[in-house]
Design a protein around this ligand. Structure first.
Ligand code: FEO
Ligand code: CA
Ligand code: CA
Length: 710
């Protein structure tokens, strides 16, 4: 079956409505509080007013010159090495199992290690951020790198893979090792004439893992829904789990986003099922994809075995029915203070959090941050602080979180079919949320967003705010498994809509088959109406992922061999305004390993509207930005079986840190499929099958010492 695109607008007719509105409407006066008058453009688009973001603020966006990409795109690759543009090199900085203190043996990487996983690099390095040393400086040669350790490649962690002692019972020592290998790593790193290295002698080095003491903060703190045997008052909590994306706060701390935490839990039987657990993916009869039997070892303490949420006791104080309420948050960590107890900032909601991405902080204005919920058919959220930003707080540490993240308004996004959008308040005074307390709204923010009428998205991954203009970008990685619609909630159950318009199955030769979803994902973006904390916005799609050889009905952004990608996941704006996209893909991996691209994006509204056909022939109108062309280029291709995730630069942009996550993930102990990074340098291939592959952070530099990417 083939499909033909039906174009209904001139895509080169740029910037008409937005710019006119920009010029004609004043800031804040008509926009705040949802009272804006709808303005109907000549095309019939109903748009709320817009104005330039925060002009006149010394901290605000809009004053950064447009960057220009200065490297040649690399080709797609299936090799077991990191491919970089000509003139760039990389070295391995921090790999699975590396000691982060002195006096530990090097990692043998055969499962025979000595334990001590609370003092070694965890697995599956994910998001990360660099905090210069000394604190408050812009030093680019020494700093603290904070890195999420999302999950495990179990088959390589233990001597013979995970052990099942019978009927799913796991050995306690393996469970503890697995719990310690998750979480967040804090390491001091420094650059010398021989390159970047971890300073194992630093007092700042710290591992936060599944059993580390932490605290509940914000509206859920002290709620009876947080009562457990380990937290009788609902204030104490333990550990962080499946940390994926991150946030960098304006006050110098780090936020780790707890993503697929639900999949570590189990229930004994149908009597333990509740609608609230089900809405978060926990139900009896099937264990989640991250379930590792942590609740099963003989002799395990409550701290280790609390991942069975069944109602086995007389009350919540006697069993772990409420333990799932302790995960799914943004966890604040102070990279400069290893003794500060991390806090779970519940006001930002509970979901499969990716990260928390702040708009540039503007003195005297509320702080605004965005987060996504990465599961099928889930939502994008926005948090607006009650407290206005004071630039004097730039090095405040965790007290900053107390001040700015514990009180505020959480919103969920509704993307309307006419190119506008609305932020729906998840507050007790929203009539649609009648009966939900402030604590229930943040603990069950998915349910609150359901009731408020938010738009179900094609799996929201990472986001970022363009520092040049305040526009917000979010990766929507893909959707799958529908027969006549997007179908993320089951075959055909979710109709396509303007913001999630594609549904198809693509063959490697460019042929298209029956619809199965948005196989290659897209990147959506929006511009807030005049101020970052506005309650309405206009949106379009920055780029649709696709194979370059797909027909225009699918390759809607005209990608070519220099920039075609699939399944955008990691996303980051650096402060120069360069947009970085990273992929975690399974749909294009017959042709290329996962990759990272760099872009100088345009602006919302620089393209036009377009009718996208579905398999049933029905057309859905969406809005697509100007084709990125050479302003989007492939910068890096990873090794076999890896995901590329996490990217950070030193303040001088002369070093770029990137994570190569789970190389050889689909291999086993008889066929590793990758032996990266066992080679002379990070870009060179190892010998397949010779060593178990390891997740690692690499440091990329330009051979001439110049700034990365420009
Ligand atoms: Fe861990 Fe949704 O990426
Ligand atoms: Ca990811
Ligand atoms: Ca992944």
């Amino acid at each position: 079956m083939s499909h033909h695109p039906i174009e209904d607008s001139n895509r080169s007719d740029k910037r008409v409505f937005w710019d006119i509105l920009d010029a004609s409407l004043s800031r804040r006066s008509v926009l705040k509080g949802g009272a804006a008058a709808a303005i109907t453009s000549a095309s019939g688009l109903s748009l709320l007013g817009l104005s330039a973001c925060s002009s006149g603020s010394s901290n605000g966006p809009g004053e950064i010159p447009e960057p220009r990409l200065g490297f040649s795109a690399v080709a797609k690759s299936l090799e077991d090495r990191v491919v970089l543009p000509a003139g760039y090199s990389a070295s391995v900085l921090y790999a699975l199992g590396d000691p982060i203190t002195e006096g530990l043996a090097e990692y043998p990487n055969d499962g025979s290690d000595d334990g001590n996983w609370d003092r070694r690099a965890g697995d599956h390095h994910d998001a990360m951020a660099f905090y210069p040393l000394p604190k408050g400086s812009q030093n680019s040669d020494r700093g603290v790198l904070v890195i999420n350790h999302e999950a495990l490649t179990d088959q390589y962690l233990h001597e013979n893979g995970p052990t099942d002692l019978g009927e799913g019972v796991r050995p306690l020592a393996e469970v503890i090792k697995e719990q310690f290998a998750h979480g967040v790593g804090v390491i001091e790193v420094a650059r010398s004439s021989s390159g970047w290295a971890v300073d194992r002698s630093s007092d700042l080095n710290r591992r936060w893992h599944v059993n580390s003491p932490m605290e509940i903060s914000g509206p859920a703190r002290g709620s009876s829904l947080m009562t457990t045997p380990l937290s009788p008052t609902g204030i104490d909590t333990f550990g962080t789990l499946n940390d994926c994306g991150h946030g960098v706060t304006p006050w110098g701390t780090y936020l780790a986003g707890e993503e697929n935490w639900f999949a570590y839990f189990t229930l004994d039987g149908a009597g333990d099922d509740t609608p609230q657990l089900a809405r978060y993916g926990i139900s009896s009869g099937a264990t989640g994809f991250n379930y590792r039997g942590w609740d099963t070892p003989a002799g395990a303490a409550n701290l280790q075995r609390r991942f069975n949420a069944s109602r086995t006791g007389a009350s919540a104080a006697n069993d772990f029915r409420n333990e799932p309420h302790h995960f799914g948050y943004a966890v604040e960590i102070d990279p400069y203070n290893p003794d500060a107890t991390p806090k779970k900032r519940t006001a930002i909601g509970r979901c499969s959090h990716e990260g928390v991405w702040f708009a540039p902080a503007v003195a005297g204005e509320p702080l605004v941050a965005y987060t996504g919920d990465d599961s099928r058919n889930e939502y994008i959220f926005k948090f607006v602080s009650d407290t206005a930003w004071d630039p004097a707080d730039a090095t405040l540490g965790l007290e900053g979180g107390d001040k700015y993240l514990d009180t505020g308004t959480l919103y969920a996004a509704r993307f309307n079919g006419d190119g506008t959008g609305d932020w729906l308040p998840l507050t007790p005074d929203n009539p649609l949320l009648e009966g939900m307390s402030a604590a229930e709204i943040v603990i069950y923010s998915r349910i609150a967003a359901d009731r408020a009428g938010a738009t179900k998205m094609d799996r929201p991954e990472w986001g970022g705010v363009n520092p040049r203009n305040g526009e917000v970008y979010f990766a929507l990685t893909n959707s799958s498994s529908g027969s006549s619609g997007r179908g993320q909630g089951g075959a055909g159950s979710q109709p396509r809509d303007a913001a999630n318009p594609r549904s198809y199955t693509g063959g490697p030769d460019g042929s298209l088959d029956t619809a199965a979803g948005n196989v290659n994902g897209h990147v959506i973006r929006w511009r807030e109406n005049g101020v970052q904390d506005a309650v309405a916005f206009v949106w379009d799609v920055y780029a649709f992922g696709a194979r370059a050889n797909y027909p225009a009905a699918i390759n809607l952004s005209g990608l070519d061999d220099s920039n075609d990608f699939s399944a955008p996941d990691g996303l980051w704006f650096d402060k120069r305004g360069i947009l970085w996209l990273q992929t975690d893909d399974g749909a294009y991996t017959d042709t290329t390993n996962c990759m990272m691209l760099a872009a100088t994006p345009g602006t919302v509204g620089d393209g036009g509207s377009f009718n996208v056909p579905g398999a049933d022939g029905e057309l859905v109108t969406t809005f697509i930005g100007d084709a990125p062309g050479a302003n989007l280029r492939r910068f890096l291709v990873g090794v076999r079986g890896c995901e590329i995730t996490g990217v950070e630069a030193t303040p001088d942009y002369r070093t770029l840190f990137v994570n190569v996550q789970h190389p050889g993930e689909r291999g086993d102990l008889t066929d590793y499929q990758s032996s990266w990074p066992y080679a002379a340098d990070a870009t060179l291939a190892g010998t397949i099958g010779s060593r178990r592959p390891r997740t690692a952070t690499i440091a990329i530099t330009r051979d001439d010492g110049g700034e990365i990417a420009i």
